[in-house]
Design a protein around this ligand. Structure first.
Ligand code: F1X
Ligand code: MN
Length: 461
């Protein structure tokens, strides 16, 4: 049970580095400075390229950006107050208003600092400050400091990508003859491949490469026991309960939104899932949501999304190339759409979305299902609070529910809800790092309509 001083109106406090030795503390003390040092090193290694492209201006920009990033690293390591942003990017006002909100919450400016403020806030803020350091130094403003790691993750996963595209081609060939059960079997496989694709995240590894080396399909059965919450059946029934009938006679969802996480291998697993949903007739449209700036080392930007599809098309592997052309065609026809709303690269908990980004909330309300990939999205869904593990997922969402939603997340932060009584304790006893190792995962579903049904006894379709 929560101690009284750790909850406000029943909502636990945000995870933060106030708790010495906590995962948040170790992340801010150790991993974030390491990531910053790698960013500085990356910029320095590109000095000659900046000179070739931009002359002396490029050299000066490199020097100034490194100076700003070194200052940022010092502020972080010495627990200085969080500062206002000074660039003119689209979201600067929202970020500075959030800082003022945090200052009101915490009492004064001095107390809003790296080790005394919510982990979610300061970690997101660090990536936004990295972007500021580039924005304030044109002509290198468009340089993606994480690009090397993201492209390496894709290129070094090429065997796994080929295996996945070959598997997808087999499905395409036999799709028309599949029974409902066979379709369900393949649905579960591509859903779990997308789930485990999330292990390939470069911020947890502080940039250490972690591409996918072995066949993603063959390893699924050995990974099954590590799925702590498996609501795949609820996802399947949501896709099959939509009013419309697809070409294949399957009840098709009109629209599935995928809130993306990492580029590289994980993005390919999401594209394969999206391809399966459309080609099987389970969905008519897929809307992808990426990031509007380089984020958490490996998160997908528009450039990463386009590069990945171009790379797949250019492959000399027959089925990889065929997949790439199919995916490009889906984008051209509007069967697939890509968005990158600024809200995804702000620090807000998702329960704030309806108030702080009503346009985005309204977009998600058009979906029959929203899939949220990865750990950071899970932290924002649950507010990165220190919840008891048996708290219901619906409670932790605190009113966020634009549509039926499902988190596909490998655990890399110490927040997890919706477990059975005793499940957390049992995991801690035989695997103390179960919440942060990336070994475990959840497929965790919530339907706001069923919530409404429980409260009012009826649902207006
Ligand atoms: O969202 P992702 O890519 O699955 O993970 C993001 C992440 O790596 O960043 C933080 C650690 O710095 C944690 O929230 C989490 O481990
Ligand atoms: Mn990520």
């Amino acid at each position: 049970m929560m101690a009284a001083d750790t909850t406000v109106y029943g909502v636990p406090l945000s995870l933060s580095a106030r708790v010495t030795g906590s995962f948040a503390y170790l992340t801010i003390r150790d991993r974030l400075p390491t990531i910053l040092t790698k960013v500085i090193d990356t910029i320095h290694r590109h000095k000659n390229i900046f000179f070739e492209e931009y002359g002396e201006e490029g050299i000066n920009a490199e020097k100034q950006a490194i100076s700003l990033l070194s200052k940022l690293r010092n502020e972080l390591q010495t627990d200085k107050p969080v500062l206002e942003l000074t660039d003119n990017f689209q979201d600067v006002e929202s970020w500075n208003q959030y800082l003022q909100r945090q200052q009101r919450l915490q009492g004064d400016q001095e107390s809003v600092s790296w080790f005394k403020s919510p982990w979610l806030y300061v970690e997101c803020y660090m990536y936004r400050r990295i972007h500021e350091a580039l924005l304030l130094n044109p002509p290198i403003s468009n340089f993606d400091v994480f690009n090397e790691g993201k492209t390496q993750s894709f290129l070094e996963s090429s065997q796994a990508v080929m295996a996945l595209c070959t598997y997808l081609e087999d499905i395409h060939k036999n799709l028309k003859n599949f029974s409902k059960n066979q379709l369900l079997e393949h649905f579960n496989k591509v859903l779990q491949v997308s789930l485990w694709g999330n292990k390939c995240d470069l911020s947890i590894s502080a940039g250490q490469e972690n591409s996918q080396k072995n066949s993603p399909i063959e390893s699924l059965s050995s990974l099954q026991p590590f799925i702590l919450v498996d609501h795949s059946n609820l996802v399947w029934s949501t896709l099959n309960s939509s009013p419309g009938l697809g070409e294949s006679g399957i009840k098709a969802a009109d629209r599935v939104d995928i809130v993306l996480d990492n580029a590289g291998f994980e993005l390919v697993t999401d594209l394969v899932l999206a391809d399966f949903l459309v080609s099987s007739g389970l969905a008519r449209q897929i809307h992808f949501h990426g990031k509007s700036l380089p984020w958490f080392v490996s998160d997908v930007t528009a450039n990463d999304f386009q590069w990945t599809i171009r790379q797949t098309m250019a492959s000399n592997h027959k089925w990889m190339s065929k997949s790439g052309y199919q995916w490009q065609s889906y984008l051209k026809k509007g069967v697939w759409c890509y968005h990158d709303h600024p809200f995804w690269t702000q620090p807000h908990e998702f329960c704030d979305m309806a108030a702080d980004a009503p346009d985005l909330y309204g977009t998600l309300q058009k979906a029959d299902l929203v899939l949220f990939k990865g750990d950071l999205n899970y932290r924002k869904l649950t507010g990165d609070r220190d919840w008891d593990h048996t708290v219901a997922f619906s409670s932790a969402l605190r009113g966020f529910g634009p549509a039926p939603l499902c988190s596909l997340r490998t655990l890399k932060a110490n927040v997890q809800v919706g477990l059975q009584p005793g499940q957390g304790e049992k995991l801690t006893s035989h695997d103390p790092n179960w919440m942060t190792s990336g070994k475990y995962a959840v497929i965790q579903f919530y339907n706001p309509q069923s919530e409404k049904f429980q409260m009012t006894g009826n649902v207006d379709f």
